[in-house]
Design a protein around this ligand. Structure first.
Ligand code: AMP
Length: 116
């Protein structure tokens, strides 16, 4: 069963893709939490950060290079941004296809909400 993000990679469901190459795809998050909220994903299905294997190293380095490029493309390279990868339940992961959130365009505040 392909993930919803694989369907975006393969253009089977619509998304606002801002960058794509043979290894990664970047598209606008459907529920943006900041003026810029992009998801950058491997084109292959890696469910979580906990499933990363040594052979993924180069592709994941490329993910960061694309994040930097997309941030510049969308005008937040200078003002700054945050990159987030949620992993499994406690990490708040909802879609089990590894993805990096690129957030910016406003002051993002503390990294985590204070402990209740
Ligand atoms: P996470 O909680 O880290 O798994 O984040 C999943 C993100 O995917 C959320 O921010 C959702 O808003 C986003 N999302 C889910 N479905 C779609 C979709 N079809 N197109 C764009 N973003 C999506």
């Amino acid at each position: 069963m392909p993930t919803i993000f694989s369907k975006i990679v393969n253009r089977e469901i619509p998304a606002e893709i801002v960058y794509q190459d043979d290894r990664v795809t970047a598209f606008k998050d459907i529920h943006p939490l900041a003026p810029v909220h992009i998801l950058i994903i491997p084109n292959i299905e890696i469910p979580t950060a906990d499933d990363i294997q040594p052979e993924h190293e180069a592709m994941l380095g490329h993910l960061f290079v694309v994040a930097q490029q997309v941030a510049r493309q969308l005008g937040i390279g200078e003002s700054g941004y945050r990159l987030i990868v949620n992993c499994k339940g406690d990490g708040g992961q909802e879609v089990f296809h590894l993805h990096m959130h690129l957030l910016g365009g406003r002051k993002l505040g503390p990294m985590l909400a204070p402990k209740e």
